[in-house]
Design a protein around this ligand. Structure first.
Ligand code: F6R
Length: 257
């Protein structure tokens, strides 16, 4: 795991966007795995800016999102489908029919999850997976205790996640759907390359556990230690509990600023 630490979220996001842009330019028909939430917003904005400026094109790419709330139809303003359309897809030159988010309103959610997993495989797998991390160490909606061998499935959201995501539901944790469809940890580990973003003090414990703790279901992101190609972009606050900082800084000199 390579860890690049920058002074602020905006400096780090710009660096992460340039990192992703290089991958996309080197493989214009790549398959991207994408995340929602606050962490990737500035990365999406910067990639969209590059696209408008002609520096990058998404015309040949396909995307698969990590997760979606169960019960929210794609048109719901709070759905992750809408989030992606508004914050990214409508701002770049991608063909919308090449973008997939699990359908939270599918009549048979288990069948939707199995079909989603098959669709990723049929696309040749994910070349570059973008991740955030929950304060409880979740990746996707794989909450603590998720099997490290899990695949795309219906999951129950933890109380911590319901509270954290209440900001998108009128600050009412009770209004957040209790379940979601999420790519599994094993599905995520299948990606050829992984980029993870984490910003703020609230992520510091999860980041330290992910990078330096034991690999365990209690902190799902720790499973990323088993992946050979993970690059983590942090601000100083999210990095503040890492013990091996000098080594990360030495290794990160290879990641262009
Ligand atoms: C979102 C997702 C989640 C978020 C995580 C961090 O698709 O899968 O794992 O990445 O909850 O969310 P933010 O970035 O809002 O702190």
């Amino acid at each position: 795991m390579k860890i690049a630490i920058d002074s602020t979220p905006s400096v780090s996001s710009a660096r992460a966007a340039r990192f992703m842009a290089r991958q996309i330019r080197s493989n214009p028909s790549c398959v991207l795995g994408l995340a929602t939430g606050s962490s990737p917003l500035a990365v999406y904005a910067e990639l969209a800016r590059m696209c408008r400026a002609g520096g990058i094109s998404f015309a040949g790419t396909r995307t698969f999102n990590l997760d979606e709330y169960a019960g929210l139809p794609p048109g719901d303003a709070r759905s992750y489908r809408r989030f992606m359309d508004e914050n990214f897809f409508e701002k770049i030159d991608i063909d919308l029919s090449n973008t997939r988010v699990p359908n939270g309103a599918a009549p048979d959610l288990d069948a939707e999850c199995a079909e989603y997993e098959a669709a990723v495989r049929a696309a040749g797998g994910i070349d570059l997976q973008l991740l955030g991390i929950g304060a409880n160490g979740h990746i996707g909606f794989n909450e603590p205790s998720s099997s490290l061998g899990s695949r795309t499935r219906v999951v129950a959201l933890s109380q911590k996640t319901l509270s954290a995501n209440a900001r998108f539901f009128g600050n009412d944790p009770g209004a957040v759907p209790k379940k979601a469809l999420s790519m599994g940890i094993a599905s995520i580990l299948d990606a050829k390359k992984i980029v993870l973003l984490a910003y703020g003090k609230g992520k510091a414990d999860a980041v330290a556990g992910m990078a330096e703790g034991p690999v365990c279901a209690k902190l799902p992101a720790s499973a990323l230690q088993l992946h050979p190609d993970v690059t983590v972009f942090l601000d100083e606050d999210a990095a503040s509990k890492l013990e091996l900082r000098p080594y990360y800084d030495a290794v990160a000199r290879d990641i262009p600023a």
